[in-house]
Write a protein that binds this ligand. Structure first.
Ligand SMILES: Cc1cc2nc3c(=O)[nH]c(=O)nc-3n(C[C@H](O)[C@H](O)[C@H](O)COP(=O)(O)OP(=O)(O)OC[C@H]3O[C@@H](n4cnc5c(N)ncnc54)[C@H](O)[C@@H]3O)c2cc1C
Length: 563
């Protein structure tokens, strides 16, 4: 950072609805903002779209709130006070040491060694910028006055026999392919799982020209009624949700797509890929009811049981994690450590409305404002409504424990390491322990490429279910450590060569993001000149030489305050 800029520096991680709203609000209050996202495009999961180089005419039809998104994107892109860095993977966050005082020895690659007023930063944010599969990502280290974490969630999918067959997709993956690539996961698709998200996914599949043979919601009618219809007046405060629902229902009716409640896909069948599924009725605990099995021919399965917040960075930053395994926030979206804020799906699953409202409050407060300020009063009100909706979603569709009844001993719990459920159960009983770490080391469950993102919560639940059989104390079984399987100090894969190169660059001088431009992907040579005097670098190498469309995408070449 240039020493001349004494504005408060806010770093926002994640450019989904929450992060975008946070960046806009922080800028509105005068902070200097750096907005980081691992993706090439802004918008997060909700506004996942075709790349700027291949724009779609129908984006507005395919996305709710598309105009709001493009307005935020254009505003930030045109704003000199906002640095947008796409292709920016935050792979680690360090907490500032308690005795960290003013920092004045800017290290190469360290673009904000000191905060605006020379005090200790909120966190030390380690970033790698560039193509994930490229050989030369560029390291950045940021030390902002305030940090807004808005890293969203990933799919939660309960395993079932055959879920490892090709043709079985998570609901989020099916949605991402349909929205981001206009690709349907199959011709004849069954949609199953739990939660309102199944509806937009089914509609997206229809728009991508798949035949959706049915939607199977695990929750039963009494549970749906208890969740959604309690306090109907409260629900009336979110009339746009009813309009959105009506839109989905009209598509389902037009396409004659059935919606079954208290029903689940409990097995997928096929040799080289999925050819059929078994659906079965569930009781109130989601245990399958014997004798209700039905076989349905399909060539693809789309299954999702909600979302798991991405907690790696919040845990690393020292945020409070509640017993419900979301980041706990105060009225100002403060997440525990001074200067660290959280917004969006990492604080609870409440959809885009919650993400936008929380993001706005978080950005405003990270920039020095207060939740009581008139500027964010509408956002605070919208946040309350969204939290009410989030509570209804959990009450209606939250995972019930009986689902383990559809598992067989040979069902894979961890697909990466191919660990079957039976091995986890047998190991627990043999060791008379339900300790998560011991289980990982003994079976390798959760040690594969996804690092437990897909199976972590499942393994925890299997361990909890085994507790009585192996004599574990109830406390151990019922209340996993707050971080549980979500603790990953290194949040994304980093090559050893990248780490080594980062240290080399520190010796030689600041790295240049321009080094990641196409054609500059060769490994650094020993006689490369020091890069301290490099011109302002490009934030992300353009992947396609096509000219940008209007409005301009995130700036990729005019970073102003990096060396
Ligand atoms: C696959 C998927 C698809 C979804 N599709 C829909 C949909 O179509 N409709 C709907 O209503 N809801 C959808 N949801 C739910 C949706 O996530 C929320 O409603 C909303 O997008 C949440 O906004 P957010 O800003 O909290 O998170 P997100 O929109 O998820 O944004 C988080 C952003 O953080 C970035 N990020 C995460 N970790 C890092 C890191 N370490 N470094 C840098 N960047 C990082 C991600 O790239 C992402 O852009 C989907 C969820 C998932 C998981």
């Amino acid at each position: 950072m240039s020493g001349a800029d004494d504005r408060r520096h806010v770093v926002v991680v994640g450019a989904g609805p929450a992060g975008l709203a946070a960046a806009v609000a922080a800028r509105a209050r005068g902070a200097r903002v750096t907005l980081l996202d691992a993706s090439d495009e802004l918008g997060g999961q909700y506004w996942r779209h075709l790349p700027e180089s291949r724009p779609a005419a129908r984006e507005r039809i395919l996305h709710h709130g598309w105009d709001a998104f493009t307005a935020m994107r254009a505003r930030l892109a045109a704003d000199d006070g906002c640095e947008i860095v796409t292709g920016a993977q935050v792979w680690a966050i360090e907490r500032p040491s308690a005795d960290a005082g003013p920092v004045d020895d800017a290290t190469p690659g360290d673009h904000a060694a000191a905060t605006a007023d020379g005090t200790a930063p909120a966190a030390v944010v380690h970033v790698l910028v560039g193509q994930v599969d490229g050989s030369r990502r560029v390291p950045l280290t940021l030390r902002p006055d305030a940090l807004v974490l808005a890293t969203g969630a990933h799919d939660r999918t309960l395993p079932f026999p055959g879920w490892d067959l090709p043709g079985v997709f998570t609901a989020g993956a099916a949605q991402a392919l349909a929205k981001g690539e206009r690709v349907a996961i199959g011709d004849r698709v069954i949609v199953a799982g739990a939660g309102p998200f199944l509806l937009p996914v089914a509609v997206s599949l229809v728009r991508a020209r798949a035949r959706v043979v049915g939607i199977h919601e695990a929750a039963r009618v009494p549970s749906l009624a208890r969740g959604w219809l309690r306090d109907p007046l409260g629900l009336a405060r979110a009339p746009h949700k009813a309009a959105e629902l009506a839109g989905y229902v009209s598509v389902l009716a037009r396409e004659r797509i059935g919606y079954s409640t208290g029903s689940a896909v409990v097995a997928a069948h096929g040799t080289d890929r999925v050819e059929a599924v078994t659906v079965q009725r569930l009781d109130a605990t989601w245990a399958p009811i014997p004798g209700t099995e039905r076989r349905i021919e399909v060539d693809a399965v789309c299954v999702g049981h909600g979302f798991t917040p991405r907690l790696e960075l919040p845990i690393a930053a020292g945020c409070r994690i509640g017993s419900d395994r979301f980041v706990e926030v105060d009225a100002d979206q403060g997440a525990g450590p001074a200067g660290v804020f959280a917004a969006g799906e990492i604080t609870g699953i409440g959809g885009v409305d919650q993400a936008l409202a929380e993001g706005e409050v978080a950005g405003h407060c990270a920039a020095g404002g207060f939740p009581s300020d008139p500027a964010v009063a509408p956002a605070v009100r919208r946040r309350a409504v969204a939290h009410d909706v989030a509570g209804r979603i959990e009450a209606a569709h939250g995972i019930r424990p009986g689902w383990t009844g559809w598992l067989r001993d040979d069902t894979l719990a961890c697909r990466c390491e191919e660990v079957p459920v039976g091995r986890i159960r047998a190991t627990t009983r043999a060791a008379r322990s339900t300790d998560l770490r011991s289980m990982k080391l003994a079976t390798r469950a959760g040690l594969g490429i996804c690092q437990g993102r897909v199976c972590g919560r499942t393994v925890e639940q299997l361990l909890a279910a085994e507790a009585p059989a192996c004599g574990s104390a109830p406390r151990e079984s019922a209340a996993p450590a707050p971080a549980g399987s979500d603790r990953r100090p290194i949040a994304s894969p980093v090559r050893l060569g990248e780490l080594a190169a980062a240290y080399d660059l520190r010796d030689a001088g600041p790295p240049s993001l321009a080094a990641t431009a196409p054609g500059a992907d060769d490994p650094p040579r020993a006689d490369d000149p020091p890069r301290a005097a490099d011109p302002p670098p490009a934030a992300t190498p353009p992947r396609d030489p096509a000219p940008p469309t209007t409005p301009a995408p995130a700036r990729t070449t005019d970073r102003k305050d990096l060396p």
